[in-house]
Design a protein around this ligand. Structure first.
Ligand SMILES: *Cc1c(COP(=O)(O)O)cnc(C)c1O
Length: 489
C-alpha cells in the first residue's frame, strides 16, 4: 500500500512539467532558462521538505501546487533583487556607519554618472595628450580648500621656509594611517599617548595597525594624563614619529591632561620628528555654528602644523568613503613612492564624488552636502515634518505622536555630541514596539528606526525631506487602518 506521504509527493509536478506551464514560460522572456529552472527546483524542494516533515496536508498542498507559478516568479524576483539596498534612516544618527555613513550630494551622484558612464581623464593629461596621475584632480581641490579655510601659510618671501604641502587620497582613513606609519616609521618607534590607544570601531585598533605597519609602539603617559614632558623623555635615536590620534568615539573627563597639537608640533620641530595626526572626522566647518563647540577640525590640524594629517572622506566632510592625507611635500613624496599607495588607491567613482563634494565647499554651496544640511536643520523644521507624518497615521492601530528628541552626529566623530530634534513616536496598541520596528525594517524600502521606552521613534533629521511622502506611504502599509475614513471618526 502507498504511504500517505508518497501520495502527496505524487501531487508535485516535475521541474520539466513546471517549466512547461504557460505562466512559467512567460518568465523565460526576462530570465535565463537556467535561473528559472533553479527557482523551480528550489520551490519544489521546499514543498518536498514540507511533505517529509509532515507540515502540510493534502488540501494545503493542492493549493500550493496550483500557485506554483507565482511561487517561482516570487523566488526569481527575490534572487534578482540587489542585496545592497536603499534604506530610510530614521535613527537620527547622521553618520551611521552601518547604514553607509555619509549620503552623497546630488551633484556628487551626477558627477559619478557623468564620468563613469563612458570614459574620463582619470590618468590622462588632456593638454599634453599624455599619461598623468589620478590623484592630481583631488590634490588641487584639497589644497585649495585648506588654503581657503586658512589652514595653509600664505607663501610670502618672509615665510619661504614653510614646507610645501601636498595631498593624496586612499581607500579610507584607516588605510591613510597605515600607509603613513608604514612609510615614515617602519622599523622605528612611534610615540603615542596611552590615552589615545583607541579602537575606532570595525576592528580598527591603533596598537594593531601600528604593529602591522612595522613600527614599534612607544606608549607614554597614562590613560587620563599625558604631558609634553612624557613625549620628550621618550625620544630616542630610534624614534621616527610622534602620533596623535583624535579621540573620535569616546571622551575622557575629569582629571585629565593632554598636550595641545601645537605643543607636539614644537617638540617635533626641536627633535626633528614629524608629528602625524589621525584626525578622523575630516571636519572643515566650525561646528560651533551648529551648537557643537570644541570639536576637532581637520583644517585646524593642518593649520597647527602637523607634518601629516589623515582624515575620512565620509564623516563630517560629507563625501564618499576615502582617506585624505595632507602633509609636507617631502613626506608625501615618500608615501606616494610606497608600493602600498598603489594597493590602497581609489577608483574614479570616489574621485568623482570627492571632487564634487570639495567643489561645493569651494563654491560656498555646502548646503547641498547632505551631512551638513542635516546638521544645520532646525528642530522646528523637523517638528513640522513630524506633525505631517503623525497626522497621516491617525486612525491606525497605533498611537502616532510627535516627541522632542536629540539627534547624534555619530560615525566616530563627536563623542556624545547631539543636537535637538523631533521624532514621530509610534506606540503600538499591542505593546510590541520591537516587533513594529522589525516590521518597518522589512518594508519594501526598509525603515530603520530607534526603539525607546516602549515606542518606536522616527527622527526625521536623517530622512531626506524628499522622502517624506514615501515614508508616509510605507508606514501606512505597515500599520493597518492609517488614514482610513471610518478610523478617523
Ligand atoms: C573614523 C576614524 C578612523 C577610521 O576611518 P575610516 O575612514 O573609517 O577608515 C580612523 N581614525 C580616527 C581618529 C577616526 O575617527
Amino acid at each position: 500500500m502507498e504511504s500517505p506521504q508518497n501520495s502527496l509527493f505524487r501531487l508535485l509536478p516535475s521541474v520539466h512539467e513546471l517549466l512547461d506551464r504557460p505562466e512559467v514560460q512567460t518568465l523565460l522572456q526576462r530570465h535565463s532558462r537556467e535561473s528559472v529552472a533553479e527557482a523551480a527546483r528550489s520551490v519544489l524542494g521546499d514543498l518536498r521538505d514540507r511533505i517529509r516533515s509532515e507540515t502540510v496536508d493534502g488540501a494545503d498542498l493542492l493549493r500550493d501546487v496550483q500557485s506554483l507559478d507565482a511561487s517561482v516568479r516570487a523566488q526569481l524576483e527575490d534572487r534578482m533583487r540587489p542585496r545592497l539596498q536603499r534604506v530610510i534612516n530614521a535613527t537620527g544618527v547622521i553618520l551611521q556607519t552601518n547604514l553607509g555613513r555619509a549620503p552623497l550630494s546630488d551633484r556628487a551622484l551626477e558627477h559619478i554618472e557623468e564620468v563613469s558612464r563612458e570614459y574620463c581623464n582619470l590618468e590622462y593629461d588632456l593638454d599634453a595628450g599624455q599619461r598623468s596621475k589620478r590623484d592630481v584632480h583631488a590634490e588641487g581641490l584639497l589644497l585649495d580648500l585648506l588654503r581657503r579655510r586658512g589652514a595653509m601659510p600664505q607663501v610670502t618671501a618672509a615665510r619661504q621656509s614653510e614646507p610645501k604641502l601636498a595631498a593624496a587620497v586612499v581607500n579610507n582613513c584607516a588605510a591613510a594611517t597605515f600607509l603613513t606609519l608604514n612609510t615614515v616609521a617602519e622599523g622605528g618607534e612611534v610615540i603615542v599617548s596611552r590615552g589615545e590607544l583607541v579602537e575606532i570601531g570595525g576592528g580598527f585598533r591603533v596598537p594593531e595597525i601600528l604593529a602591522k605597519s612595522g613600527a614599534t609602539l612607544r606608549e607614554v603617559g597614562t590613560t587620563n594624563k599625558t604631558r609634553i614632558s612624557d613625549y620628550a623623555s621618550a625620544v630616542t635615536p630610534s624614534t621616527k614619529m610622534i602620533l596623535r590620534v583624535h579621540r573620535s568615539n569616546f571622551k575622557i573627563e575629569g582629571f585629565t591632561e593632554q598636550p595641545s597639537l601645537a605643543e607636539l608640533v614644537d617638540l617635533g620641530r626641536s627633535a626633528s620628528l614629524p608629528v602625524f595626526e589621525d584626525q578622523g572626522t575630516g571636519c572643515v566647518l566650525d561646528l560651533a555654528t551648529v551648537g557643537l563647540a570644541g570639536e576637532s577640525s581637520w583644517v585646524g590640524s593642518v593649520r597647527a602644523g602637523s607634518a601629516l594629517v589623515a582624515a575620512s572622506g565620509d564623516k563630517l566632510l560629507g563625501g564618499p568613503q576615502c582617506g585624505l592625507l595632507v602633509g609636507e611635500q617631502r613626506w608625501m613624496d615618500l608615501i606616494r613612492a610606497n608600493p602600498l599607495f598603489r594597493a590602497l588607491r581609489v577608483d574614479k567613482l570616489t574621485y568623482a564624488a570627492l571632487g564634487a563634494t570639495l567643489l561645493a565647499y569651494l563654491g560656498g554651496t555646502e548646503d547641498e552636502i547632505p551631512v551638513l544640511r542635516m546638521l544645520r536643520l532646525s528642530a522646528e523644521t523637523i517638528q513640522l515634518r513630524c506633525d505631517r507624518v503623525a497626522e497621516a497615521l491617525q486612525g491606525a492601530q497605533i498611537s502616532a505622536g510627535v516627541v522632542a528628541t536629540r539627534s547624534v552626529v555619530g560615525g566616530g566623530t563627536t563623542p556624545g555630541a547631539s543636537v535637538p530634534s523631533f521624532a514621530v513616536s509610534l506606540l503600538p496598541h499591542d505593546g510590541h514596539e520591537g516587533a513594529l520596528a522589525a516590521q518597518l525594517r522589512r518594508l519594501p524600502t526598509p525603515v530603520v528606526a530607534r526603539v525607546s521606552e516602549g515606542r518606536v521613534l522616527l527622527d526625521l533629521r536623517t530622512v531626506d525631506p524628499r522622502s517624506d511622502e514615501t515614508l508616509i506611504e510605507l508606514l501606512k502599509t505597515a500599520v493597518p487602518g492609517a488614514g482610513t475614513e471610518e478610523s478617523l471618526s
